[in-house]
Write a protein that binds this ligand. Structure first.
Ligand SMILES: [Zn+2]
Length: 218
């Protein structure tokens, strides 16, 4: 099965899943106050996504850079392992001794979006929004992470679920809406040493209808 065929199948599964599991407005902690996802019929439309965010955060004094990239990661864990913010805290803060965690949002295999580091949708990355996603590339990036990336034999694998495909579609379309010049990339865009997030990000973005200028290609 070709790449594109696979993604079409996954996204149509995502819509089936959505019909059975109607999304409820999700509450986010911190600056992003509320996320309401409305989907009309069978099309993803940026216009159908509404985000209520803190408009008072205009030109923050503690900004470190302008947001230029949305980077997609995977947890590099077996597909059936449940990973939450507690795991990320353990791995990044406790075990690696980092001063902050690596991601803004974590996308569980059932599609639930767990916020790890609060952020708003202004164009600036502020100090409190910055995460340690890619060494040397964190002042102008936001990092989201899908749970999975390894098969049952712990080998790199495309394990993206239909629900995850749907959830990251919503994040991506919302992000492009607020940041028209942003580039969406996988972690492997920045380094040949990593295969993360273990699926073909440009192929996925093409199928989603993301404008070419927002697709980061090596
Ligand atoms: Zn990564």
């Amino acid at each position: 099965m070709g790449k594109v065929t696979k993604w079409k199948r996954i996204l149509s599964k995502a819509f089936d899943w959505l019909k059975k599991n109607k999304p409820t407005p999700g509450k986010m902690s911190g600056k992003l106050k509320q996320r309401v996802i409305i989907v009309n019929g069978s099309k993803f439309k940026p216009e159908s996504l509404e985000v209520v965010y803190d408009k008072t955060a205009m030109i923050p004094s503690d900004y470190v850079g302008k947001l230029e990239y949305l980077v997609i990661h995977c947890t590099a864990t077996p597909m059936d392992m449940k990973v939450t913010k507690k795991h990320i805290y353990q791995w990044h803060i406790v075990e690696r001794g980092w001063s902050r965690m690596g991601y803004s949002d974590l996308i569980w295999s059932n599609g639930y979006i767990e916020n790890i580091t609060p952020y708003n949708e202004d164009q600036y990355v502020t100090n409190d929004e910055m995460t340690w996603g890619v060494s040397g590339h964190n002042k102008n990036t936001r990092h989201i992470c899908i749970v999975g990336g390894l098969d049952k034999n712990k080998k790199d694998a495309d394990t993206l679920t239909a629900a995850q495909a749907f959830s990251i579609a919503n994040i991506i379309l919302r992000t492009v809406r607020y940041h028209p010049n942003i580039k969406i990339v996988g972690h492997n865009y920045f380094t040949n040493a990593k295969s993360c997030p273990n699926f073909d990000v440009p192929a996925y973005l093409e199928l989603l209808g993301v404008p070419e200028k927002n697709i980061g290609r090596k």
